[in-house]
Design a protein around this ligand. Structure first.
Ligand SMILES: [Zn+2]
Length: 137
């Protein structure tokens, strides 16, 4: 499994409301610092995105409440596939999903997806065996 951090552009203007986005402590959101402790946060609405631990690299696109909920649902369906299954590792699971949705594996991150893409993934993963027999390379 690789721990390589995929780069993602730093948000400066909110996609949702057009306000400036700041790099700040995520205590502003959670009440205390959580995980990486930092995030990018819109100054005009409740959109934010976390960062990879110890970096200023965003986990993905700025997300509003709806998008955050969809991301969480995707991870709930997806993560057990490689966490609880000794036959499939993380790379293979993401590779399989990338093939099903027909995108390059290095662009396959739930945090990068927009609403339509997340809904598409949820539909695919609604079938518990979606990855069986799928090529991951
Ligand atoms: Zn905003």
């Amino acid at each position: 499994m690789t721990n390589k951090i995929a780069p993602y552009p730093v948000p400066t203007i909110c996609d949702y409301c057009g306000s400036p986005v700041i790099f700040t402590s995520n205590a502003d959101i959670y009440g205390k610092e959580f995980g990486s402790g930092k995030c990018y946060k819109c100054t005009g609405c409740d959109c934010f995105v976390g960062v990879h631990d110890g970096t200023e690299i965003p986990l993905g696109r700025l997300a509003d409440k709806e998008l955050r909920g969809l991301k969480k649902k995707c991870h709930t369906l997806f993560d057990p596939i490689w966490k609880d299954n000794k036959y499939i590792n993380r790379e293979q699971a993401y590779g399989s999903l990338a093939n099903v949705i027909n995108i390059p594996a290095d662009k396959c991150h739930f945090g990068w997806f927009d609403k339509d893409m997340l809904l598409r993934c949820l539909k695919i993963m609604g079938d518990k065996k979606w990855y069986v027999g799928v090529n991951w390379k």
